[in-house]
Design a binder for this molecule. Structure first.
Ligand code: FAD
Length: 549
């Protein structure tokens, strides 16, 4: 196969033009092109009057070696035609089933059924190692009922909500599936292929910015559970891990204790608990597991009519179905030294209540696959620094989050409504008393107020400076009636649990800190990729092989 990159065609090109463009690029006749598939499709909207699709295509041609040699001779230094890389995932061990049948075999434990945990469990199960996945929350359909109870009736279930339960934090989300992380082994591709097998739309395999939407995510995580179970793994729900059992002399993991008191022995524990498992982080600190404070960000969610964003991004092509609802990505370096950036932008979506603790308000965003809701929303967040904004203690970032989430709860009225403010009022430094044409989507509702009461001063200052700069890049961004809702605090983990080259905690052998909670991922795709890596590390250790992360 050959991989062709940077094939550019106009937005409204007829489908057959792609085949012709491939032949033109390679200088071959139509009969020499045996087959092709689109590996990636993005768009270039830098000139709004002339938007282009940009393709990466894999194709099989007659006499591949000859075509490649001729292309290279005719285009020296041009790398847009290359042999397609091997993207297949290779099982690093061959004796998983034999190991699992050995008398005294201890199953690996995975804590957490988010993307990191369910992917780790899937890979361990496929390797024959019969993992046991322990999840504090409920099975996804029951969890959905609990999550909706907060949104519709202001009733929070602390163990079953947007953060906790089958599918993890990303289940009620936009399901964006792209990541900036280096991926030389194409683990991202492996994740996407597994997601498609489990019912995700096939276009996630080739769109440059794929997303699934929340509805499909729910059935996808169910399918993955069935796969894990069929391959010999098990899930247990409402099984919160409250303690680690460590060998007193070596600190080696010997098992876990559940909230019920039940003890489960294990030599290998993948810790994939996400960024909101605050009680679990406190337990890990008590157990002496090495942890560090990690920088994260906080701010607000902003909502605009999607049509305003579409026009700003696509000009005359706004509303074209081929482009879908427009996204944006904004960054500004404020004079107070803080980076301000858009985070987890959800086109055509809704702002959601994302707290997991009582008496707090946290925002985030989600959408359906169609991205057809009236508003676009995005976090607009400001960088925080441990040691400067709060003490440089591993758990201090968590306390900082809690403080501001509580302020937001109080500013919203103390009943899970969120504090909200019109952008015009925020920039003018006056509280909002009413909202305007942009109807906020946050449920169970918002209270117009002054957001500066629930944000640190330097965050307010950085936001006030950044918003007009964003207007220069995206016309309409500071429209008076755009709505800001607070507070957005769960942007990433405030903690890092360092691991060594074997994937294990640097001072607690047998513990594999993984995914977003441990500071090794920032999103669904990267968390799932990390889950594969940790499953491989566990398997290699069990098989007595050197670990290659
Ligand atoms: P999590 O998904 O947080 O999973 C951790 C799991 O561990 C949870 O199910 C939790 O219940 C369980 N757990 C915690 N403690 C224990 C314990 N002691 N015992 C047993 N179980 C435990 N990312 C994207 O890439 N794209 C998006 O569009 C996107 N949208 C988002 C929208 C929302 C509303 C939210 C909240 C997040 C969104 N994210 C998105 C972020 C994404 O969800 C996370 O990055 C990702 O889920 C992290 O995966 P994880 O497996 O590391 O942790």
């Amino acid at each position: 196969m050959l991989r062709l990159t940077e094939l550019r065609l106009p937005l409204d090109h007829p489908p057959e033009e792609l085949r012709q463009a491939i032949c033109d690029r390679l200088g071959i006749g139509a009969e020499e092109l045996e087959q092709f598939n689109v590996f990636k499709r993005g768009h270039d909207a830098r000139r709004r009057s002339a938007i282009w699709f940009v393709y990466t295509v894999d194709c099989a041609v007659r006499d591949e070696a000859g075509v490649l040699a001729r292309y290279r001779a005719e285009h020296p230094g041009n790398s847009h035609v290359q042999p397609a890389p091997d993207m297949a995932w290779h099982n690093p061990i061959s004796n998983g089933a034999v190991l699992a049948a050995t008398p005294g075999y201890k199953r690996p434990i995975v804590i957490g059924a988010g993307p990191c945990g369910f992917m780790a469990a899937l890979i361990l199960a496929r390797m024959g190692l019969r993992p046991l996945l322990l999840e504090r929350g409920k099975i996804v359909r029951e969890r959905t009922v609990d999550t909706f109870a907060l949104w519709r009736r202001a009733i929070l279930t602390p163990e079953s909500n947007v953060q906790f339960g089958e599918g993890g934090a990303g289940t009620f989300s936009d399901g964006k599936l792209y990541s900036q992380v280096r991926d030389p082994r194409f683990l991202g591709r492996k994740v996407l292929e597994e997601f498609v097998k489990a019912g995700a739309p096939e276009d996630i395999l080739y769109l440059a910015h794929p997303h699934i939407g929340t509805f499909r995510l729910v059935s996808m995580v169910e399918h993955i559970r069935h796969e894990v179970e069929q391959a010999g793994g098990d899930y247990r729900f409402e099984a919160r891990v409250d303690d680690l059992l460590l060998n007193p002399a070596t600190r080696k993991v010997e098992g876990v204790r559940l909230a019920t008191g039940e003890v489960i022995e294990a030599d290998h524990v993948v810790l994939a608990v996400g960024h909101s498992a605050r009680d679990t982080f406190a337990m890990l600190q008590k157990q002496g597991v090495d942890m560090q404070a990690k920088p994260f960000s906080m701010g607000v969610r902003i909502e605009h009519p999607q049509s305003v964003i579409d026009v700003a991004q696509f000009g005359p092509s706004a509303g074209n179905d081929l482009l879908g609802a427009a996204e944006y990505r904004l960054v500004h370096h404020a004079a107070n030294g803080r980076g301000v950036y858009s985070f987890c932008m959800c086109p055509g979506g809704t702002v959601v209540a994302a707290t997991s603790e009582e008496g707090q308000v946290v925002t985030n965003g989600m959408s359906q696959y169609s991205r057809a809701e009236r508003n676009a929303n995005s976090g607009i967040v400001v960088e925080l620094r441990p040691g400067e904004d709060y003490p440089d203690d591993p758990l201090a970032g968590m306390a900082f989050q809690r403080h501001w989430e509580r302020q937001a709860f109080l500013a919203g009225g103390g009943d899970y409504r969120a504090p909200a403010q019109r952008v015009g009022d925020f920039l003018a430094g006056r509280p909002s008393t009413v909202l305007g044409d942009v109807v906020p989507s946050y449920k169970p509702g918002v209270t117009p107020t002054d957001l500066s009461t629930c944000l640190p001063d330097f965050v307010v200052e950085a936001l006030r400076e950044a918003l007009p700069r964003f207007e220069r890049k995206l016309r309409g961004f500071t429209m008076e009636d755009a709505v800001m809702t607070g507070v957005e605090t769960r942007t990433s983990s405030p903690i890092r649990i360092p691991r060594g080259e074997s994937g294990q905690s640097v001072n607690t052998p047998g513990l594999y800190p993984a995914g977003e909670g441990a500071g090794y991922a920032g999103g669904i795709l990267s968390a799932a990729m990390d889950g594969i890596r940790m499953a491989e590390a566990v398997a290699q250790d069990m098989a007595g092989l050197p670990v290659t992360l």
